[in-house]
Design a protein around this ligand. Sequence first.
Ligand code: CAA
Ligand code: NAD
Length: 289
Amino acid sequence: MQVRKIGVLGAGQMGHGIAQVAAQAGHEVVLRDVESRFVDKGLQGIQKNLARQVEKGKLSATDRDAALARVHGTTDLKALAECDLVVEAIVESLDVKKKVWTELDAIVKPSAVFASNTSSIPITLLAAQTKRAKQFIGMHFFNPVPVMKLVELIRGVETSPETVALVKATGEKLGKTVVEVNDYPGFVSNRVLMPMINEAIFCVYEGVATPQAVDEVMKLGMNHPMGPLELADFIGLDTCLAIMDVLYEGFKDPKYRPCPLLVKKVQAGHFGRKSGQGFYSYGEGKIGV
Ligand code: CAA
Ligand code: NAD
């Protein structure tokens, strides 16, 4: 099978980035979110990113227009029926993802392959919500999708070698380097990254240092492009907490307990950049504490 048409579920920060790179690679893309304002925001994000590439002389206006014409926004799940590959990038919640995969399984053509961009939820568990576990895989992109080179490919217990080969080839066509891993909590990326971020939050919680000081230490001392708290705000504190919860539950090991300060920020609706407030404040181009 060849992947021509790609469905992307969720037009948030990951979904719109995935839709963008898929359209730029020549795929027809259906981008679906639950409300039209979310779809519109995702489409605007793609327009903005492509406009920046044109301004920098990295993309022609003709190629921009062609890519934009390949992306079709919708709130209708049925619009995904004829997709060859569906990539799900909705909120990091097991219940919400389970429901959507069950619905999609009944709508999308039987030959289609399903991929979740989950940061940590077991692929095997999501695959089991469908009747096509062999055609189900983890396709984990990184934020910001147009910039980050990696796709972490996660094999569930039943994922077939054909599905691995097809999705690997698709990731490569999108310009990514694809690394295969097996299905354990947090896979490789977030098993390593998220405890570091959580520990940085503990440093703030215990008064070891301010957020700025923690970030400076890691940027200047470790050459990280962003400090861990800046990165947590960038990823989304709701997503960071959801990942820590999956690690904690998945390993039943207290070393993965989420920091109470992270829990409190999420309870307050301080999700980071996307809500305007996290460890830093984000107003009108200004970043401060
Ligand atoms: N969307 C699209 N492109 C973006 C972007 C965005 N949100 N932000 C920056 N860019 C592009 C810029 O246009 C620029 O492109 P060109 O090189 O073509 O000109 C390039 O990225 C560099 O941007 P800037 O010079 O403005 O900024 P920078 O040098 O500070 O880089 C960054 C920005 C790439 C985001 C960098 O800070 C970085 O690499 N940060 C760390 C990101 C990271 O670790 N991501 C992984 C998060 S974990 C994850 O994704 C997995 C999970 O499950 C949670
Ligand atoms: P986000 O909050 O920016 O966007 C999520 C979008 O999903 C929202 O627009 C929401 O309206 C939509 N949505 C919710 N339920 C839906 C449904 N039933 N159908 C369609 N859309 C629905 O979140 P995000 O940061 O883009 O994360 C999305 C997924 O990608 C999560 O599983 C997350 O763990 C994963 N991920 C996130 C990052 C990151 O750095 N933020 C990196 C890699 C993977």
